[in-house]
Design a protein around this ligand. Structure first.
Ligand SMILES: [Mg+2]
Length: 218
């Protein structure tokens, strides 16, 4: 279990951890195939058939998270489409309370996300969560995705933290693997990052469904 007394720094993922991953899943898995089909005069099935392997190829790379890359690759206005459905951006249950508690506990709270700056800004504007963090870092500034273990070495150069006293909460198991490789001691996952999908069974890391299962003040 997490020994909160040992933890002085919390690295928090954004999508699927603090925010409902439904927005992103809806955007990439439902809206983009529809828009791509329309733009390129394909059936929805044809568009999906084209997009699936393409998405697979870039998974876990910085390009996967890069909206400029996808705007060009798909010839779609990705920024405009994100803005169009911005009302779907939602905070996960208990995120506010959890962040408030963390702030009271005087730990260093860092948002570390693979999100492109446009998404990050849009989400911070919609959710007003920015005030809870001492530092917000996008992997696009670092030049490597969180899935790359070297990411954490580079992160330390701009935001020093001690592996032994740091907790990372992230819904991505690949990201947790990379943080584990780097040596971050406390790792926690989210087993229901998308409110519209079933709970996942996670065996490799401890996980919670909602953030109220964590008690940082105790
Ligand atoms: Mg995530």
């Amino acid at each position: 279990m997490i020994n909160w007394n040992e933890i002085d720094t919390i690295l928090l993922d954004m999508d699927g951890t603090l925010l409902d991953l439904h927005f992103d899943n809806f955007f990439w898995q439902e809206l983009i195939p529809i828009k791509y089909a329309k733009k390129h005069r394909l059936s929805l099935a044809q568009a999906q058939q084209f997009l699936k392997p393409l998405f697979k190829r870039y998974e876990g790379t910085l390009n996967w998270y890069c909206l400029d890359f996808w705007s060009q690759k798909l010839d779609l206005d990705i920024f405009g489409l994100k803005n169009e459905i911005a009302d779907k951006i939602a905070i996960r249950p208990h995120t506010h309370t959890f962040l408030e508690q963390l702030n009271q506990s005087e730990r260093r709270i860092i948002l570390v996300t693979n999100a492109h700056h446009h998404s990050l800004n849009l989400k911070m504007e919609k959710t007003q969560l920015l005030r809870f963090f001492h530092h917000v870092i996008s992997s696009h500034s670092i030049g490597l995705p969180k899935e790359n273990p070297l990411f954490w070495t580079k992160l330390k150069q701009i935001e020093p933290f001690d592996n032994e006293h740091t907790l990372l909460i992230d819904d991505s198991l690949n990201v947790l693997d990379s943080a584990k490789n780097h040596g971050i001691k406390y790792l926690l996952s989210i087993n229901k990052p998308d409110s519209h999908k079933a709970k996942r069974t996670i065996t490799t890391y401890e996980s919670v469904t909602d953030l109220d299962e964590l008690t940082p003040l105790r």
